[in-house]
Design a protein around this ligand. Structure first.
Ligand code: AP5
Ligand code: ZN
Length: 217
């Protein structure tokens, strides 16, 4: 299956993607995680990406599309993938369509996670992620680590993302509404969108998502 996950910052895309990718046996491809890995390895791409991410703005399409394409061409993505955070504007969606049609492939569905804005802000404010792996995600209230500040999975240090400050979150939400939301209409025109309410326990949301995707397949 080839699936795109869309939703505002803090909607739980990364959290859900980890479970959905496992259930569907496809790799979870997060452009945000790829950028953060580049930042921690201090690559040129990481330095460039950080200058945009810290302001809550989108990293330029050219480098983002090239990075996503490179990841989607890895052998583990041959039979499907779950995209998280890509595409993030209409030109990225068009680039993805071109990439897929060049290989005679298509998307199977676009899962839209709906979460009210006040909940999104609560989720982001309490989020803590692991220095070793940004896929290890916790929340001070909703999913506290067993030992405060220490990752349950690998023992790494938990920290708050630089772009999770109040000001930057406001910009990220605005960028989501103006630049990312239009891709929902773009994909609706292709009959690909399923929208679910992403409130409730993590496993309840996963079950809702699996059910919605099975209707789409
Ligand atoms: P990215 O990393 O993609 O961030 P985002 O879209 O803002 O999404 P988040 O990671 O903030 O949230 P999420 O939805 O994954 O939520 P999570 O599961 O962590 O992008 C960051 C930046 O990179 C962008 O601003 C941009 O600069 C750049 N970038 C990335 N892709 C790009 C692209 N394609 N083009 C250009 N630039 C790009 O959950 C949040 C919290 O809530 C966690 O603490 C979690 O434990 C908790 N939680 C989750 N589910 C629940 C639940 N059901 N109940 C209670 N708590 C929950
Ligand atoms: Zn960890």
């Amino acid at each position: 299956m080839r699936i795109v996950l869309v939703g505002p910052p803090g909607a739980g895309k990364g959290t859900q993607a980890a479970f959905l990718a496992k259930n569907l046996s496809i790799p979870h491809i997060s452009t945000g995680d790829l950028f953060r890995a580049n930042i921690s390895q201090q690559t040129e791409l990481g330095k460039l990406a950080k200058s945009y991410m810290d302001k809550g703005e989108l990293v330029p399409d050219e480098v983002t599309i090239a990075m996503a394409k490179d990841r989607m061409e890895q052998p583990d993505a041959e039979h499907g993938f779950l995209l998280d955070g890509f595409p993030r504007n209409v030109s990225q969606a068009e680039a993805l369509d071109e990439m897929l049609s060049a290989e005679a492939m298509k998307l199977d569905g676009v899962l839209d996670l709906e979460v009210p804005e006040d909940e999104v802000v609560r989720r982001i404010a309490g989020r803590r992620i692991c220095r070793n792996d940004s896929a290890h995600v916790f929340h001070v209230t909703y999913k506290p680590a067993k030992t405060e500040g220490v990752c349950d999975v690998c023992g790494g240090e938990l920290y708050q993302r630089d772009d999770d400050s109040e000001d930057t979150v406001r910009t990220r939400l605005e960028v989501y509404h103006t630049q990312t939301e239009p891709i929902i209409d773009y994909y609706k025109a292709q009959g690909l969108v399923v929208t679910i309410l992403a409130l409730g326990k993590v496993e309840e949301v996963t079950a809702r998502a699996m059910e919605a995707l099975s209707r789409q397949a």
